[in-house]
Each structure stands twice: as structure tokens, then as C-alpha cells.
Ligand binder design. Structure first.
Ligand code: ZN
Length: 255
């Protein structure tokens, strides 16, 4: 999980809200308005550079949804969380292993538990954030997590949490509540850690400065920050350590 930098509310969403300001318009109503809905979804996805706001897998067109950080059942006429731009994040659907299915089939599969252990918004479900659940919109730009190269587990980075003034138990709570250590995600992290470790070994000629090598690989993986981020951004950032930080500073990384 990394911080998310949100752009201003899309005009289509703003206009929709103005048009229906006298009504208590809910999420399902907005979804009927294809223009406003698509613009909202596409802006979220592009702000997040195609990564799920919680688990950081790629947002496949058949495996994405809009997450409301404060659940929609908390909406009132006066405080409508359904249509609050700052309350929205783009998410994966929480555990699709095979996305090569129709949209309807996808919906059917994920709505029929217990076929797999859910993560992200599917794991969070109707939970009402109580301050302990970290919001990607409010995270610092530095890395708050570290990983196990043995089993791909995500853990709080204690020093970073302390520097950010974020209680370690909040980070642990967030990991647990969002199911960020389900086996599927751990396996994918182990694979990326192993791939990059092998790449580092293969390209280490004994002469190159190790941090420079990591910076080079970070530059190839992350690019200039104007395009999609690679899946498991934070895991890659952790493996490449200081090299990654140097590259992210060079491209003025903000989220
Ligand atoms: Zn996810």
C-alpha cells in the first residue's frame, strides 16, 4: 500500500452532483449515468497509475471496482459518502485469480464466498474506519512497509512508522483488515522479489556501485513517474532500497 495522489474531482461527477443536488442520489444512481461513472472510475484508475489502492496489483479492466473508504451505508442526505470524491479509491475485486472471464461471471464468482480468501475492499467489506485503518490518501510519500523475501509477507517498517508518527499497531491493523497477507499476494511478492534479486546478481559485474545498480533498475521499473506504476510498487521499492529512493527523488515522486 502506497500513498495515492488524487487529482481534482472530475467535472462530470461535479456536474452530476449539481444536477441532482436536490435529491439524495446514491452510488447506484450515479452508476446509471455512464458518462459521470466512467469519468469518475477512469480518473481514479489513472490517478493511481493502474494500481489497486490497497494491494498494488494491476487494475485489470475485468478486476476493478470503486471502493468507498467510509462505507456507503454510512451515507445520509447531509453527508453523502456515496458521491464524495475524497472517499473514493480504485480497487481490485479482492481475489480474482483468473480474470479472463466475462464481467458477469466475474461478479458472480466474487459474490459467492467462500471460494477464496478476500483482500482489499472485499475483505474490508462494511467496516467503518475508526482511525486505525490507514487511508492511502493520507499516507506519507515514504515507504511504511517492509517485506519478507522468504514468504512475501508485508510488515510494518518500524523505523518509518516512528518517523511518520504512525503507530505500528495501526499499520498492522491495516494489513490484517485489508487481507494484505493472503497467500496469493504473498506468492506474487515472492516472485517479484526473486526476479529482481536474480536481476541484481546477473548485472553485478563486481565493478558497479550496488546503489547505482539498484537506481538503474528502479529507473527501468518505475520510469519517469508519468506512466503506469509496476504492480507491487512498494515491494520493488523495498528491494531496491536506497537506489529506489534516489530514483524516486530524481523524478520528484509525490505519489
Ligand atoms: Zn487489491
Amino acid at each position: 500500500m502506497k500513498n495515492v495522489l488524487k487529482s481534482p474531482e472530475p467535472d462530470e461527477l461535479k456536474n452530476y452532483k449539481m444536477r441532482f443536488s436536490s435529491q439524495f442520489s446514491r452510488w447506484a444512481n450515479l452508476q446509471q449515468n455512464k458518462k459521470a461513472y466512467k469519468s469518475t472510475r477512469n480518473t481514479l484508475v489513472s490517478d493511481q497509475k493502474w494500481l489497486c489502492a490497497y494491494c498494488e496489483i494491476d487494475l485489470h479492466p475485468k478486476d476493478r471496482c470503486i471502493e468507498h473508504f467510509i462505507p456507503r451505508h454510512q451515507s445520509t442526505r447531509e453527508n453523502n459518502c456515496d458521491l464524495d470524491w475524497q472517499n473514493m479509491l480504485a480497487n481490485c475485486k479482492g481475489g480474482m485469480e483468473n480474470v479472463d472471464v466475462s464481467e458477469e461471471e466475474n461478479e458472480r464468482r466474487i459474490s459467492q464466498p467462500p471460494n477464496r480468501v478476500a483482500c482489499c475492499s472485499a475483505a474490508k467489506a462494511d467496516f467503518i474506519p475508526d482511525g486505525k485503518l490507514l487511508n492511502p490518501l493520507e499516507l506519507p510519500i515514504f515507504r511504511l512497509f517492509r517485506f519478507s523475501s522468504l514468504d512475501g509477507e508485508i510488515r510494518p517498517d518500524e523505523n518509518a512508522c516512528e518517523n511518520a508518527g504512525i503507530p505500528i499497531e495501526y499499520v498492522q491493523f491495516t494489513i490484517q483488515k485489508l487481507g494484505l497477507n493472503v497467500q496469493r499476494l504473498r506468492n506474487e511478492r515472492v516472485a517479484i522479489i526473486s526476479e529482481i534479486t536474480q536481476e541484481l546478481d546477473a548485472r553485478d559485474d563486481g565493478l558497479i556501485n550496488p546503489i547505482l545498480l539498484k537506481k538503474q533498475i528502479a529507473s527501468e521499473r518505475f520510469g519517469d513517474g508519468k506512466h503506469d506504476w509496476p504492480a507491487f510498487f512498494t515491494t520493488i521499492r523495498w528491494i531496491l532500497g536506497e537506489g529506489a529512493e534516489k530514483h524516486l527523488t530524481a523524478i520528484s515522486y509525490l505519489g
